[in-house]
Design a protein around this ligand. Structure first.
Ligand code: IPD
Ligand code: CA
Length: 265
């Protein structure tokens, strides 16, 4: 591993561990909604904001020349060419309701390439990580995606955006998929969903409308675990569409999603 990757990994793991412990141990019993974003159900809590500040303060101390992009507004260019992409709580609605599947997602990119991805899932007692070209790990164990099952036996995760029109169409797509696959799961944290493909806890995952902070780390972790990731045919993962699945399942799923128009609202 290069010195740069090793340093970025160490910093990402430490930042995610600190934020994860803060969120797990500091969740107020009466946690409420601090603000809404794209719709009344797209919520931010005081803990999202505090977690992002904890992470960006730590990065400013350890890597002062790097840029940052965070879900709750952190945005700076930096001069080193390294950019941190941060979701301080992915799965905010789960966190608000005291459900366990929420995560802290931190990726480091350079020259448009994700070098490091770390997703901490404190309530699972697990941290997922990947380094470009070096494989994926859960805690300290290597992890691999499942071998592709027949399409009809695939357990497929997905998620829904916060806008009514988008959700309505996403529900139409799911209605078409349900009778064709083993089952559907809606976990509530896109970063964990992508890692669940890397862990073999889902066969596949797809969603329209994610932001870079939702998928940057999980995309690398899924790829380093042997899954394919992408968007519409020939396109990389993007806010338009994110798909992750092992070879053999990825292609038919991508074709179905294309046919069902999963990439538009
Ligand atoms: C959301 C979660 C959810 C996904 C949404 C995301 P947030 O992120 O990842 O699973 O379905 O599209 O916006 O708002 O909890 O950080
Ligand atoms: Ca998110």
């Amino acid at each position: 591993m290069t010195d740069l990757k090793a340093e970025l990994l160490e910093v990402a793991l430490e930042a995610a561990a600190r934020a994860g412990a803060f969120l797990r141990d500091g969740r107020p019993a009466d946690l409420g909604v601090a603000a809404t974003k794209t719709s009344a159900v797209d919520v931010v809590t005081e803990m999202d904001i505090a977690s992002e500040k904890l992470i960006t303060d730590f990065l400013a101390e350890r890597r002062p020349d790097d840029g940052v992009l965070g879900e709750e507004g952190a945005s700076s260019e930096g001069t080193s060419g390294v950019q941190w992409v941060i979701d301080p709580i992915d799965g905010t609605v789960n966190y608000l309701y005291g459900r366990p599947d929420w995560s802290v997602s931190i990726a480091a990119r350079k020259d448009g390439e994700t070098l490091i991805g770390v997703v901490a899932a404190p309530m699972r007692g697990e941290t997922y990580r990947a380094v470009l070209g070096e494989g994926a790990h859960v805690n300290d164990r290597p992890t691999h995606a499942r071998v592709a099952p027949p399409f009809a036996q695939a357990l497929v995760g997905t998620g829904f955006g916060y806008l009514e029109t988008r959700r309505a169409h996403q529900a139409d797509v799911v209605r078409e998929l349900v009778p064709r696959v083993r089952d559907i799961r809606r976990g509530g944290s896109a970063a964990i969903d992508l890692c669940d493909v890397a862990l073999g806890r889902l066969d596949a995952y797809y969603e329209r409308g994610l932001n870079p902070w939702d998928y940057a780390a999980g995309d690398l972790i899924a790829r380093e675990a042997g899954a394919l990731t992408g968007g519409r045919p020939g396109e990389p993962v993007s806010p338009e569409l994110t798909i992750a699945a092992p070879p053999g399942l990825f292609e038919p799923l991508q074709n179905w999603l294309e046919e069902l128009g999963a990439w538009h609202d």
